[in-house]
Design a protein around this ligand. Structure first.
Ligand SMILES: [Fe+2]
Length: 190
């Protein structure tokens, strides 16, 4: 195996975005319902994560309703299923002093196992999707926007009508812009 792929180069923090569940539900899925823990030294962490999490989950639910309507299903067909899901906000960083080199793979070719993945705009390029015909396309997120991509559960539940996105995060292009910067923040789930 390529050792470049074995070593994780990202810093990632998972913050659960969910409303308080019943005692019964909490007990049934104890490992998915542990309390969130904020890192030391960042007093605004909880508030920022909760704000971002609520906004992104709201966007994901609106998109899910749109998909349901497009498929001539009840508007809440998917959102009902998502109701008690373990939704995650995943602030992610990379130390460019160590890993901001050309031909570095940050996240290898993969798809996500969840329902929908949203990405915010990162400070640097490097996110690519792979189309069904094998083409690799750079993803450019407009300022102030999120992008949404289908993950495996959406493909399964639509019987393959909606296809999960295969993607990578790497610096195979011109890495000069990336090397100038400090921390990088993607919302990549892998
Ligand atoms: Fe991912």
């Amino acid at each position: 195996m390529n050792t470049n792929l074995k070593k994780k180069k990202k810093w990632r923090y998972f913050w659960k975005v969910q409303k308080k569940k019943s005692e019964e539900k909490t007990e049934e899925f104890r490992t998915l319902n542990a309390e969130n823990i904020s890192p030391q030294g960042i007093p605004e962490w909880k508030e920022v994560c909760e704000d971002w999490g609520a906004c992104m989950l709201g966007a994901a639910k609106t998109i899910s309703e749109g998909v349901a309507i497009g498929l001539k299903l009840n508007r809440s067909y998917f959102t009902d299923l998502l109701e008690n899901g373990p939704h995650l906000l995943a602030p992610t960083g990379i130390d460019f002093n160590k890993y901001g080199k050309l031909n570095t793979i940050i996240a290898g070719y993969h798809y996500d196992l969840n329902f929908i993945t949203l990405h915010g705009k990162s400070r640097f390029p490097g996110l690519y999707i792979w189309l069904r015909d094998g083409r690799r396309c750079a993803v450019k997120v407009p300022e102030g926007c999120l992008i949404a991509q289908a993950a495996k559960q959406l493909e399964w539940i639509t019987g393959g009508f909606v296809y999960m996105i295969l993607y990578t995060l790497d610096f195979f292009g011109d890495g000069s812009e990336a090397r100038k910067g400090g921390a990088l923040h993607f919302n990549d789930e892998n």
